[in-house]
Design a protein around this ligand. Sequence first.
Ligand SMILES: Cc1ncc(COP(=O)(O)O)c(C=O)c1O
Length: 410
Amino acid sequence: MPTDGSVVGYPAWVSEGSAGRVRDPVRAPDRFLVFGAPDIRESEIEEVVDSLRSGWLGTGPKVARFENAFGAYTGAPFSVAVNSCTAALHLSLLASGLGPGDEVITTALTFCATLNAIIHAGATPVLADVDPATMNIDPADVARRITPKTRAVVPVHFAGRPCDMEALVGLSARHGLILIEDCAHAIETRYGGRHAGTFGEFGCFSFYVTKNVVTGEGGMVVTSSAERAARIKVLALHGMTKDAWRRFSDEGYRHYGVVDAGYKYNMMDIQAAIGIHQLGRVAEGARRREHLWARYDEAFAGLPIGTPSAPEPGTVHARHLYTILVDESTSGVPRDEFLDRMHAQNVGVGVHYLSVPEHPYYCERFGWLMEDYPHAARIGRSTVSLPLSSGLTDEDAADVIEAVRRCLGQ
Ligand SMILES: Cc1ncc(COP(=O)(O)O)c(C=O)c1O
């Protein structure tokens, strides 16, 4: 036990009265920097109030406005708003006719929702490892995992960096595979001049609270086919025929027909009210995060941690997550201890993600082993996501930088 009041394993400037507390943290506890806090302004608040006053809270004209605006932004011919990206993925898999006996290849470094959507569709997920530099699914490993049962590929544009779409589109075409892009991180992502989500049969976006454009909870399916869009719409609202949401409108009651056992996945006007204004500021938000990203890059250049590689030429990186790699052998600090130290500095952090085979359900059900996905496994054990919301001030960013330095003992 040190006699100077410092904490075992921490540099001398760290001292604490009780576990998890440090004297003189970078930020005071009442200024805890929440990871992924959304940037909500007066325009969103007024639009939500307008919805509340109008009496129309559910799926209605504001959802239609949001869908049109999203289509105009991405260039996708058809956009269908739903209540999450998880729902978007589930419906896209179902609308692709995937089910029991079909294998769907996805990345070993993603959120559980990608996997669960495949499982809920009744198909069998198959993992491919990631490229260690881009952290995106490695097309060469996808090719190795294709079997006669493979029907689809679900790439994730990790952290907002586009996957190698030339390779994935080529592979899908050669093997007759359906391509469903998980664009949860990729609102602004572009590859070769085209928007993420427009390369495959479906693109699935998230507007969850931490995302670049938020609606609280929310998602969007984009597609180039009117037929596929209509199928998603029907499945998203109980399997009821098109425009069922109008059945209580001022145009008079309308009967609907149920044509499938659908789901309750529709977006509400209250959510779209937020999304319309968030999307209106999407370019401003991206510029802000680019600025924060550059500050982090510069500040961390000399530290014993990994930082994100530069975006590939001809692409737009959505800069959704700034992830550093804290490897004990080079940083001198175990990753999980680094997470605790950042928290004690009152700076919120995230982990995106533990590799999929680390989770007990998946490895028990599918027998996956971490050693078969070495890059995803290593990243999952060393990655830390730092705050990067467009609502962060320069002072907030300076605090994050100082906290990282201190937590590394620099
Ligand atoms: C890669 C990925 N896919 C899917 C999802 C699910 O999104 P949602 O929360 O909108 O269902 C997330 C959410 O964080 C995600 O990060």
